[in-house]
Write a protein that binds this ligand. Structure first.
Ligand SMILES: Nc1nc2c(c(=O)[nH]1)N=C([C@H](O)[C@H](O)COP(=O)(O)OP(=O)(O)OP(=O)(O)O)CN2
Ligand SMILES: [Zn+2]
Length: 120
């Protein structure tokens, strides 16, 4: 049976954003709390009953999180313009090499009700 396990985490970060609309507030440095969720897909191992130990997922997320939490996202190498889309892709790229079966990554801002999800 195909299963997807998941782990949520959050990070607080600052950014600026160049936009064609509502531009004034976005271009000043300001912060958001970003929520994220990582999905890993696979068949549970018959012996362990796990697709992957969620402790391993949390360990890799902790390393990745260090690169985003309390950072100015404009300065994070390899991120590009700090949009939800680029955050999803950045997290996916960083975790892809470390988490076999990584299926998708979701990033959202509860305060604004917006979000993005990327899948393999
Ligand atoms: N396709 C996308 N569109 C937009 C994105 C995005 O990531 N992908 N992001 C934004 C803005 O960052 C977002 O709307 C928040 O606006 P911002 O100026 O950062 O903050 P607000 O003042 O609107 O919200 P707060 O209440 O201060 O957090 C827009 N479009
Ligand atoms: Zn913003």
């Amino acid at each position: 049976m195909h299963c997807e396990i998941s782990q949520t985490f959050y990070f607080d970060a600052a950014h600026t954003l160049k936009r064609a609309i509502e531009a004034d507030g976005s271009k000043r440095v300001h912060g958001h709390t970003y929520n994220a969720e990582v999905f890993v897909a696979g068949q549970p191992d018959p012996t362990t009953g796990m697709v992957m130990d969620l402790g391993l997922v949390r360990r890799e997320i902790a390393v990745l999180r260090e690169q985003l939490d309390h950072h100015l996202l404009d300065e994070v190498e390899g991120l590009g313009p700090p949009t939800l889309e680029n955050l999803c892709q950045f997290i996916f790229r960083k975790l892809d090499a470390r988490l076999p079966g990584l299926a998708s990554v979701r990033v959202w801002r509860a305060s604004l009700g917006d979000g993005c999800r990327v899948s393999r």
